[in-house]
Design a protein around this ligand. Structure first.
Ligand code: OOB
Length: 549
């Protein structure tokens, strides 16, 4: 396994193989088989382009050869920051085929995140679009390359500009040239890491999640089965496809696994998504709760025919029961709640579950081999029905983050359970209800913000003496971010601090929505900053100085 990664103990690996979870197949082989089975069927729709399975497979071979020619080697890391475009699939499957490892960045990530990812993963290449949503990724890449000199290549889907960046389109070799770069020779082992996902994070620096071919393909197979995907399924990707939810739950990869069709949307707005649902006959789509609210609001006044849509998946953050109740009547489709995490475990409500379950629970684990425990602060299991922290291990849940031994000792129990930091209860029939969170994270409508990461950036400002970042309730996003700040000298405004964070290259979703100044922080009995009290203050939305005096 890749250095810096923790494999499953052999007894567990053997169990998962014997149980038929791990089939010993790689992503490269998977696509090859789908191309053989579904050849001319459309795999991916992107704007006017319709790409068949056979064409995708061929493009992947030609690009894989191009990557090899460029000097990208097996096990090398490649930061992939692409929006919902067809090249995303060529790119990741080509990297999978040669055993190079995509590191999935999100389109919203900026200099701070990308410099860190490139440096920490010792990336060989960084793959970007030219422009997207008015942002020029080539400027970002130039800054990244200046900070990470070891980065060998910047590859651009689109116009690479005048400098040294490489055009992705130019990398595809002709069929005749491919054999000399032997992309089929010595593919990766199914037990190898296939790619690295970014964790939502709770610490100062983001963590990387190594997922293997075996474990991820198993999660696709189970997800596709639970969501009844087959070759007639049409999946609409409105969320950024690099995120675990639209990537694999069952997402775009689960749809390709089932031989279905992936329709890529450049925007999640009803104006873009609804016409695609109608024209492509979309059968399943996945959204985060704030987006579900927008769709619910828009649907009654729109004229598109959404009748093909059978399932709307909602996940990434808690979906209110009130909104959940409206999905079937307003959109005319079944609601499926999805509670998952890039570290592994994914829970689904099932398509034949009664409404009471789909509305009020976040589903149950997808695999019979998922182990779930709800524990108290001493790791003792709570009584049935009680709330506890959810711990989990299983055939597609990692045993450790990449190069993070110290953090792993805290984030995993000694017997290999991942501490999700989520507080949940379980119904008698085994469904989970998410009740809150013990981790120091803000879930901003599905975007996860690690409080400590933002606090560290605030502390870098010369006027900031101390900072504490907490969630405040928000009707639309569920939560927004409030930063409490103590200044020790000089005057600084909230807007100046936000600009300071932006200038440090922090992604926009991590910039606090609100900044409040205080003279001192409330403390707990043991002298720690009481985030509980700060959350209460933020929720009250009052003058915090008066509240504390
Ligand atoms: C998904 O993955 P991540 O890694 O961005 O975030 C995981 C965290 C969970 O630990 C939990 O705190 C929260 O996001 N979460 C939910 C939720 N789904 C995720 N909280 C309440 N209700 C839900 N339905 O967000 C993710 C990965 C795969 C599938 C779906 C979501």
């Amino acid at each position: 396994m890749l250095a810096g990664c923790k494999a499953w103990p052999e007894e567990f690996a053997a169990r998962y193989r014997e149980a038929g979870c791990w089939h010993g197949e790689t992503f490269g082989e998977l696509l090859r088989k789908r191309a053989a089975a579904h050849g001319e069927r459309v795999a991916v729709v992107c704007g006017d382009r319709r790409i068949s399975y056979a064409e995708l497979d061929n493009r992947v071979d030609r690009l894989a050869a191009g990557f090899l020619k460029l000097g990208i080697k097996a096990q090398e890391r490649v930061i992939v920051q692409l929006p919902n475009i067809a090249s995303f699939f060529d790119t990741i499957f080509a990297l999978f085929r040669i055993g190079a490892l995509p590191v999935f960045a999100l389109p919203v990530h900026r200099r701070n995140e990308i410099v860190y990812l490139c440096g920490f993963s010792e990336a060989a290449a960084y793959i970007i679009p030219d422009m997207e949503s008015g942002f020029d990724y080539r400027h970002l890449a130039a800054q990244v390359q200046a900070s990470v000199p070891s980065l060998r290549h910047v590859i651009v889907a689109g116009d690479p500009g005048p400098g040294t960046f490489v055009s992705l389109d130019d990398l595809y070799l002709d069929d005749s040239e491919c054999s000399s770069y032997g992309s089929d020779a010595e593919g990766p082992d199914p037990g190898d890491v296939a790619f690295l996902q970014l964790s939502g994070g709770t610490t100062g620096l983001p963590k990387l999640i190594p997922r293997t071919h075996d474990d991820y393909i198993y999660s696709l197979r189970m997800s596709a089965e639970i969501c009844s995907l087959d070759k007639d399924s049409v999946y609409l990707a409105v969320l950024p496809v690099a995120h675990n939810f639209p990537l694999s739950s069952p997402g775009v990869l689960g749809t390709l696994y089932a031989g279905g069709r992936v329709v890529l949307a450049r925007s999640a707005s009803p104006e873009t998504a609804f016409p695609l649902i109608a024209s492509e006959g979309v059968t399943i789509a996945a959204v985060v709760p704030p987006l579900a609210l927008i769709w619910l609001e828009a649907a009654p006044s729109r004229s598109e025919d959404l009748s093909n849509l059978q399932v709307l998946q909602v996940g990434g953050a808690k979906f209110s029961a009130e909104a959940a109740q409206r999905v079937q009547t307003v959109l005319g489709c079944k609601l499926q709640q999805v509670y998952g995490m890039a570290e592994g475990l994914v829970n689904y409500t099932r398509l034949d579950d009664p409404e009471d379950i789909t509305v009020h629970t976040q589903g149950r684990p997808m695999s019979p081999y998922d182990e779930v425990r709800l524990v108290d602060e001493d790791d003792v299991e709570v009584a049935p029905g009680e709330v506890g922290e959810l711990l989990t291990r299983g055939p597609y849940t990692i045993r450790g983050y990449y190069k993070a031994d110290k953090h792993n000792a805290k984030a995993f129990t000694t017997d290999g359970f991942y501490r999700t930091g989520d507080l949940a209860s379980m119904t008698p029939s085994g469904y989970l209800v998410i009740q809150g969170r013990s981790k120091d994270q803000i879930n901003r409508g599905g975007d996860k913000v690690a409080a400590e990461e933002v606090e560290n950036h605030l502390l870098a400002h010369p006027s900031v003496h101390d900072a504490a970042v907490v969630a405040m309730p928000d009707e639309y996003l569920g939560e927004r971010t409030c930063a409490f700040v103590i200044v020790h000298h000089g005057a600084v405004s909230g807007n100046e601090l936000k600009a300071f964070l932006r200038n440090r290259g922090l992604a926009a979703y991590k910039i606090p929505d609100r900044v409040e100044f205080m003279d001192s922080f409330p403390h707990t009995g043991v002298g720690k900053v009481s985030k509980k009290q700060l959350r209460e203050l933020a929720a009250q939305n009052q003058d915090v100085r008066l509240n504390l005096s």
